[in-house]
Write a protein that binds this ligand. Structure first.
Ligand code: CAA
Length: 258
């Protein structure tokens, strides 16, 4: 029932599939697109039929960044009041795994959107970069933070300070992305990965995602404590009983998300 202008969303086999659809400007992320994207993701996050979400673009572009003309003449006070990045923050609250399926340009906000996802599958044509410096600004949606955590200080510095982008191969080599496939296999690969996750027990998946994300901003000590509590908590789920009994009885488990 959605009336989206810049995205196309569907659900199949428990996977929420969202295509960024503003091809005339390489899927530049204007306010409307981001707000539609966040709205549909929030809706899918609450939908029991959805177990995992995939965000993709088209062959030429995942997204070439925030919409430059839209912000070109803004003052800092206007930027602050409008606070468009607050919308992006809502991506962090999503509890279900998100996969970015990237072909072509993932630049600026496009790279940041991919990095805000939990896994990244790329086609051989994918290009990742943070060219904001070339526009007189710096990344604003996580580029200096998530990129640094993903690939380390010196590589992040080079990309953020010079605007140089990375090929899919390089991105794979430095651990920014999960895998690289030929362009024609990208969607099938992302769908397979999503379906694999969709088959796992949903409560455990949710807590696993939470725990891994916490590793990014907790001390090891606190992170280990946090993990232990979530681990113990899972023993109150039926899926834990089912998963372990099925193993003992040498059969396949049937998970119900309880
Ligand atoms: N915003 C708005 N429009 C964009 C855009 C963007 N980020 N990126 C591309 N477009 C538009 C172009 O203006 C062009 O429109 P017209 O046909 O009307 O002229 C259309 O998309 C096709 O682009 P090009 O003709 O430039 O295509 P190309 O193949 O020659 O080049 C490119 C591709 C190298 C990606 C080039 O378009 C480019 O450099 N884009 C800008 C990338 C960028 O700087 N992104 C960072 C944005 S800032 C940001 O994201 C801030 C943040 O952290 C939140």
């Amino acid at each position: 029932n959605r009336n989206d202008r810049y995205i196309v969303a569907s659900i199949r086999e428990n996977v929420g599939w969202i295509r960024l659809n503003r091809p005339e400007v390489l899927n530049a992320l204007n306010l409307q697109l981001i707000s539609e994207l966040v709205a549909v993701l929030t809706e899918m996050d609450r939908d029991e039929n959805v177990r995992c979400m995939v965000i993709t673009g088209n062959e030429k572009a995942f997204a070439a960044g925030a919409d430059i003309p839209e912000m070109a003449e803004a003052s800092s006070v206007e930027m602050l009041i409008q606070d468009q990045l607050a919308e992006w923050d809502r991506l962090r609250k999503l509890t279900k795994p998100l996969i970015a399926a990237v072909s072509g340009y993932a630049l600026g906000g496009g790279c940041e959107l991919a990095m805000a996802c939990d896994l990244i599958v790329a086609s051989e044509t994918a290009v990742f970069g943070q060219p904001e410096i070339l526009l007189g600004v710096i990344p604003g949606a996580g580029g200096t933070q998530r990129l640094t955590r993903a690939v380390g200080k010196v590589r992040a510095m080079e990309m953020v300070l010079t605007g140089r982008s990375m090929t899919a191969r390089e991105a794979l080599q430095v651990g920014l992305i999960n895998r690289v496939v030929p362009p024609e296999l990208l969607e099938a690969e992302a769908m397979n990965l999503a379906k694999k996750i969709a088959q796992q027990p949903p409560v455990a998946v949710r807590l696993a995602k939470q725990a891994v994300l916490k590793a990014m901003d907790m001390t090891l000590e606190n992170g280990l404590d946090y993990e232990q509590k979530l681990f113990y908590f899972l023993f109150s789920t039926e899926d834990q009983k089912e998963g372990m009994r099925a193993f003992v009885e040498k059969r396949k488990p049937r998970f119900q998300g309880k």
